[in-house]
Structures are given as structure tokens and as C-alpha cells.
Design a protein around this ligand. Structure first.
Ligand SMILES: [Zn+2]
Length: 408
């Protein structure tokens, strides 16, 4: 599922690495046309993995972000990405199913798909289904059946296998045959280096079938414009803006039916169908040049923003204020890696009980539950996602806590 950080689900991993060994080759359009614009050294290679000890969290391997923007298609990729470093193993925890706001989003999304495409009593295939939360929710609304594939399938998914819901702890491949009316792939494509290879594989696997295909990825234009450096992390090696995502699907044999923004405009939601004609072409030069300019502006803006956050945190620290971060997910890891303010923060709060008592990669901050805040009585709560600001404030007030809530 997708996460607000949402990033939710899990990923088909490393089979779609670059085959050429040329890090400057664009893995969306294939041209040797990437222009580097943003570098961060030494970021944790896993941002959703939680560790059992502070020592493990501190010593987790790190990698670099060397983001390049393709001047031909506008795709952005981490040219320093090494998929062998990323581990989507047992400690991988990215479900958002515990947030009321997220469940609402997922429910509306599902209802929209069902209504637009007449998917009552249909069969859904989900690629990168994580713990199966979204598939379970969607199939509950279609009244039909579902099958999920994910090499990092959570144990929670297998336990809920029924005659209507089936899960496979393996990657979806070209030879997988699953007749489906709807194919869903949420918050997975951004973890795959060779995006053209992956979308092409999906097209080939469908043969003559024409299911509705739904993909959801973070919208990178928002990240660039907001200077949201906390939304760039090692696990995400591939970054899309709207026209580039559409171009990718058109170039791999799909007809794009619709593309919108969702989850407070943080995600790109694309609906497509396999097409039988020749791959469509969309002139990309203008868009690519627009994105290149946005990427350059982002690079200028980020240094300023990082310094502003550092001084703000330092000021609160000098005033003796207790600070916690709310949201033990990817954004917190990205934010702490880029600012280095972890030593000033007391803990990271998360509503997911499975995260409690574990440690965040890199900073090694301990994850606590909202109940634990009663003892700590923090002065400042830094919300890692503005979407949750009012939800967090309501939670704090209901516990009699008056901490100032500040969103990134
Ligand atoms: Zn390209």
C-alpha cells in the first residue's frame, strides 16, 4: 500500500537493474542523457526497515543519492543506486493501514476504480502488495477475488489467504499467468531501477488480455517545487512527473486512460489499458526541459531549507524544549539523514504498534507509541507529513497534551 510516506507496499526488486552498466543511461527512455542535480552522501539504504537495537540502526549500510534528470524525457533516477544494498526483509514496515486518513483515501480510490470500470465481483491482481492491506480492502468493496505478488510479502498477508484472496511471496514475472480485470501496482515502481523493463514485462505478461491497469507513485514535481528533500531516499531510485509517467506507459504498449493527483496531490494515479496498436508517442522535449529547470531550482532551494531547519531545531534545543518527530517512516529517515539533527530529537512517535520499541535507520532514534507521550510531555511535535497534521493534533489534545505541532 501506499504510503504517505506513504509509501506502502512492497516491491518487486532487483531484477530490473540497469543492464548496461552505464549509470548515466536513462532507464525510462534509454538515452545517455542524464544531468546530475542533487547529491546526498551516506543515506541509510533502507528507510522503511526498523531495527531491533540502536546499534543495528546506527550501523546499517549507507549509500549515496546522485540524482540525475533526463534531458530527453524528464525521468529522474539515482545514478548511484545499487539494488543489492536494499533489504526488504523481516523488519520492513511500511503499512499505512493504521491511519484513518489513509484508509479513507484507499477506500475512495477503490470505489472510484470500481465505478469507472464496472469492477463489481471482478478479479484483481496486485503487484507489490506488501502486507495485502489494500488488496483486502479493495476486494471487500468489489465483492470479488484477488491475488497479490510480493517478494517481501508480510506474514500478515499469508495468514489471511482465503478462497477469495491469495498471496504469493514471489515476484510477478512475464511468465506469471493471472487472468484479472484489474491490475494494481502501488508505490512499487519508484523502487525499480529499470522502469521501462518492468512496464514492458507487465505488458508482455498480459498477452491479449485487456485489464484496467492502475499505478500509483509519488509525484516528483511536488517534491521539486516544495524543496521536499525528506521525500528523496535510497529505496526510491526512480522519480516521475505526470507526462513522463504517461510517456513510459505509452512507449511500452499501453493506452493511458486517465491520470490524476491524489492524497493531497502527493501521488500520481495512472489508469491505462494494454493497447494493440503501435506505441504512442508524446513529444517530450518541452516537458523534459521544464523538469530540468525545476530540478535545478530545487538544488538551489534545498541547501537553504536544510539550514533553516537546522537553526530552528537548534533554537528549540537552546530553549530546552523537548522535540519528537511524528511518523516513523521514510520521510523521517530522509529528513534526519539530510539535516543531521537526530541528536536533538527525543524519539519518533508512530501509531503502528508493530513499530514500537524499534529503532530508525541511521539516527537510531527509538520509536514510541502515542501513549508513551504522556510521560514525555513534549513541547514540539514535528509532523513528517502535513496531511496528518490535524489528525496528530486531535490525538495529542485528546490525551491532554498541548505540544506545538509543526509540519515539514
Ligand atoms: Zn529519459
Amino acid at each position: 500500500m501506499a504510503r504517505p510516506t506513504a509509501d506502502t507496499t512492497d516491491r518487486e526488486r532487483s531484477d530490473y537493474s540497469s543492464a548496461t552498466g552505464n549509470p548515466m543511461q536513462c532507464l525510462c527512455c534509454g538515452h545517455d542523457s542524464l544531468e546530475l542535480f542533487h547529491t546526498v552522501r551516506g543515506v541509510p539504504v533502507n528507510n522503511s526497515l526498523l531495527l531491533d537495537s540502536a546499534e543495528e540502526a546506527r550501523t546499517l549500510p549507507v549509500g549515496d543519492l546522485d540524482l540525475g534528470c533526463c534531458v530527453r524525457c524528464g525521468f529522474i533516477q539515482n545514478t548511484a543506486f545499487d539494488s543489492s544494498l536494499v533489504d526488504y526483509g523481516d523488519g520492513y514496515e511500511d503499512t499505512q493501514a493504521h491511519s484513518g486518513h489513509f484508509v479513507e483515501f484507499a477506500t475512495e480510490l477503490s470505489r472510484g476504480l470500481i465505478e469507472r470500470h464496472g469492477l463489481e465481483n471482478s478479479r484483481t491482481l496486485e503487484i507489490g502488495c506488501g502486507k495485502g492491506d489494500f488488496l483486502r480492502l479493495l476486494c471487500g468493496l468489489t465483492g470479488g477475488s484477488g491475488v497479490g505478488y510480493d517478494p517481501a510479502l508480510g506474514p500478515g498477508a499469508l495468514e489471511t489467504t482465503t478462497d477469495r484472496l491469495d498471496f504469493h511471496a514471489e515476484p510477478y514475472t512475464e511468465s506469471t499467468r493471472e487472468a484479472a480485470d484489474l491490475v494494481v501496482c502501488r508505490h512499487t515502481l519508484e523502487h525499480i531501477p529499470n522502469v521501462a523493463g518492468f512496464v514492458g514485462m507487465l505488458r508482455n505478461s498480459l498477452h491479449e488480455e485487456t485489464p484496467v491497469v492502475f499505478f500509483e507513485v509519488p509525484d516528483t514535481l511536488r517534491i521539486l517545487r516544495e524543496g521536499a528533500f525528506w521525500d528523496l531516499y535510497y529505496e526510491h531510485c526512480s522519480y516521475f512527473t505526470g507526462p513522463t509517467l504517461q510517456w513510459l506507459f505509452a512507449s511500452q504498449g499501453f493506452e493511458v486512460l486517465d491520470q490524476t493527483l491524489g492524497f493531497n496531490d502527493q501521488y500520481l494515479l495512472l489508469e491505462a489499458r494494454p493497447s494493440s496498436g503501435t506505441p504512442g508517442t508524446i513529444p517530450m522535449v518541452e516537458h523534459a526541459s521544464f523538469i530540468r529547470n525545476e530540478a535545478r531550482a530545487f538544488a538551489d532551494r534545498v541547501e537553504e531549507m536544510r539550514n533553516a531547519w537546522k537553526s530552528r531545531i537548534m533554537g528549540w534545543r537552546l530553549e530546552g524544549r523537548t522535540m519528537v518527530i511524528w511518523g516513523a517512516g521514510s520521510k523521517a529517515v530522509g529528513y534526519l539523514a539530510a539535516t543531521g539533527v537526530g541528536a536533538s530529537i527525543s524519539a519518533v512517535v508512530d501509531i503502528n504498534p508493530r513499530k514500537r520499541g524499534r529503532f530508525l535507520p541511521g539516527s537510531a532514534l527509538r520509536v514510541i507509541s502515542p501513549d508513551d507521550l504522556l510521560d514525555m510531555d513534549p513541547d514540539v511535535v514535528i509532523a513528517m507529513n502535513p496531511v496528518y497534521e490535524s489528525e496528530i493534533t486531535n490525538d495529542l489534545r485528546s490525551r491532554g497534551l498541548n505540544a506545538e505541532v509543526v509540519a515539514v
